[in-house]
Design a protein around this ligand. Structure first.
Ligand SMILES: Nc1ncnc2c1ncn2[C@@H]1O[C@H](COP(=O)(O)OP(=O)(O)O)[C@@H](O)[C@H]1O
Ligand SMILES: [Mg+2]
Length: 310
């Protein structure tokens, strides 16, 4: 661990000693603040996995690229698997970064999620692969998926195609995470149609909030027209740099805008994440004791707290 990482290795940065929302004017609460500037609640340890599984499906969604969707899918998935959950990760981005990040070469895939969307003769069990993380499986994708965006347009009930595919394995997993493509096209609408919950990763930088209104609008439309049960599970700030005032200012704006929907857990910027992806591993395996691994474990606990029964 580098000395900088050691300095940051507590789960949260130094106490910001900010005034809590409920405090009397002039009174500065010296209590525990997380990087989101709010008092830290007690986040209980993960409860045991439920006995009868009916997977909660969570879409990782933001039409902006590079905000940490794929990194969060891999590492939240691995942290959930550590709690004993049976986890399926669905690569729903034609770039196949989720597959690559788990050590799968997308160019050599015989079958991918694409074949399940458009071919009725392929069984999902033959496409799902085990990963090196116990309890975590992968439904891989590659560039073929980009054709599905166009081909699905002429299908009947085109928004429900992924739902039909995943319904077949819902009883096998506790949690299914869908890594969406950086777009709000038909693929993402398919993900939102089968999801129970959405997580929006936001990069803690100046333009983070750009486009989020459009994303919220898309979620609202899918909820109204297709999937009334769809809910925003939370917003997670990623690539947060504790050392810059800028990251904190952005965080303040995000909390101002989204309030309690922002997860208390914040994922800090560290080169360990790209390193782990290059090694084809989740950070919980690549650097199990690192701050990054701990942050995703804490995020997993927050997710389970917000998804009772998962
Ligand atoms: N917390 C982090 N600290 C440093 N780099 C990160 C972090 N999260 C993601 N990255 C890197 O940023 C890049 C984009 O992340 P990625 O998860 O692929 O975003 P998206 O899926 O939204 O496009 C990748 O190179 C990834 O390794
Ligand atoms: Mg991605």
């Amino acid at each position: 661990m580098s000395s900088v990482e050691e300095m940051q290795s507590g789960l949260f940065g130094p106490d910001r000693s900010r005034q809590s929302a409920g405090a009397d004017a002039g009174e500065v609460d010296a209590g525990e603040y997380g990087p989101t500037g709010r008092p830290l609640p007690d986040i209980p340890p993960a409860p045991p996995a439920p006995e009868n599984t009916h997977a909660v499906i969570i879409a990782m969604c933001n039409q902006k690229g590079g905000v940490g969707k794929t990194t969060t899918t891999i590492n939240l998935g691995a942290a959930l698997a550590e709690t004993g959950r049976a986890v399926l990760l669905v690569d729903f981005d034609p770039q196949g970064s989720l597959s690559v990040g788990l050590g799968v070469n997308p160019h050599t895939l015989d079958r991918s999620v694409y074949n399940l969307l458009l071919g009725r003769e392929v069984a999902i069990e033959d496409v799902i692969q085990a990963t090196a993380t116990p309890g975590m499986d992968l439904l891989p994708a590659n560039i073929d998926l980009s054709a599905a965006e166009v081909q699905l347009v002429s299908e009947v009930a085109r928004e429900h195609t992924l739902k039909r595919v995943l319904d077949k394995v819902r009883h096998v997993y506790d949690v299914i995470l869908i890594d969406c493509a950086p777009s709000l096209g038909l693929l993402t609408v398919n993900a939102l149609t089968c999801a129970d919950r959405v997580i929006i990763p936001l990069e803690a930088e100046f333009f983070a909030l750009r486009g989020v209104a459009l994303l919220e609008d898309t979620i609202a439309k899918v909820r109204e027209r297709i999937n009334p049960d769809l809910e925003l599970l939370g917003i997670v700030a990623t690539r947060f740099d504790t050392r810059t005032l800028h990251s904190r200012e952005v965080m303040d704006r995000v909390v101002e805008r989204f309030g309690d929907r922002v997860f208390h857990t914040v994922i800090r910027r560290t080169v360990r994440f790209p390193e782990a992806s290059a090694a084809g591993e989740p950070i919980t395996a690549y650097a199990p004791d690192s701050a990054g691994a701990e942050q995703y474990r804490l995020l997993a606990r927050e997710v389970l707290l917000r998804c009772p029964g998962a």
